[in-house]
Design a protein around this ligand. Structure first.
Ligand code: G
Ligand code: G
Ligand code: MN
Ligand code: NA
Length: 254
């Protein structure tokens, strides 16, 4: 079966799930949010990550249906969090380039959030530099409209694109996510350390918050905390996990 057809079938048979990875405040160690990461539990192929799904979906146009499913599932989980009393917990959702550039995104978001009674300011959309710079004028309007609604926007994989600084100049964003590739050797590679500390300083000067990705060790966390990085995400805190497990994780942390 073609991968494309498999994805179509999977949407119908509810084989997709959003795993949740905690995002932690470096001030006090508390969980302030979670990133939703797409997983596919296929009856024969097993558990598959987005790297096999997203490129095929982007190419075939299926990404709009899939992205739609992701948004709906994320908002449904936010409604569950509200019922569970996880007040103020933020949900971060990855957007694909095609989702950013279609016309359906804003009305779809308005509808989903209103129907679920979920506070838009608890939703964050992660956009990569390359997706945003594909059509900067369109992105500028989109990000304005998101901001008017109170929806947050984060730059994902910051520093790995070719247009980071133009992006900061052009767009109204809330948060920078420093890519994990700059974090891995942060204690031993002076260049990585310089890039990370300069990014934090620049972001703060612009009124943005900073989240470091791929934090795996206590030493990396300590370095980031020393350099006043706001938040972190990575295996040190927790791996991405199914929603039921995330709920238990949050209950234990209460
Ligand atoms: O856990 P990880 O292998 O899940 O994620 C790999 C990449 O796939 C990440 O860079 C992330 O941005 C992307 N990704 C994960 N979930 C989604 C999703 O729901 N939609 C889109 N467009 N990308 C996703
Ligand atoms: O959207 P984005 O590229 O930021 O997605 C984050 C990716 O990084 C996902 O594939 C996720 O599973 C992965 N990830 C999350 N925490 C860690 C970590 O501590 N180390 C590594 N190597 N990968 C991580
Ligand atoms: Mn992301
Ligand atoms: Na990233």
């Amino acid at each position: 079966l073609l991968m494309e057809n498999r994805i179509w079938v999977a949407l119908g048979q509810q084989q997709f799930e959003l795993y949740l990875q905690p995002q932690v405040s470096l001030d006090n160690g508390r969980v302030v949010g979670a990133e939703a990461l797409l997983r596919w539990d296929h009856p024969e192929l097993g558990l598959t990550g987005p790297e096999r799904i997203i490129p095929v979906a982007e190419e075939s146009g299926l990404i709009l249906a899939l992205g739609d499913w992701v948004l709906a599932r994320a908002v449904a989980l936010m409604a569950e969090w509200k019922r569970d009393g996880f007040a103020g917990l933020r949900m971060a959702v990855n957007l694909s380039a095609r989702q950013c550039h279609g016309r359906e995104l804003l009305p779809r978001l308005d509808r989903l959030l209103a129907d679920a009674g979920v506070d838009p300011s608890l939703l964050e959309l992660e956009i990569t530099e390359s997706a945003a710079m594909h059509d900067p004028e369109h992105t500028r309007h989109l990000l304005r409209a998101l901001r008017e609604r109170g929806i947050n926007v984060a730059i994902d994989d910051f520093g790995t694109g070719y247009s980071s600084l133009s992006y900061l100049k052009l767009f109204a964003i809330d948060r920078i996510k420093i890519d994990g590739s700059f974090v891995t050797d942060i204690e031993t590679d002076p260049n990585d350390a310089a890039i990370v500390t300069a990014t934090i300083g620049m972001a703060h000067a612009m009124g943005l918050t900073v989240l470091a990705e791929g934090v795996e060790t206590a030493a990396q966390r300590n370095f980031l905390r020393l350099h006043v990085c706001d938040e972190a995400q990575g295996y040190l805190f927790a791996r991405p996990m199914p929603p039921a497990q995330f709920r238990e994780f949050m209950m234990r942390a209460k």
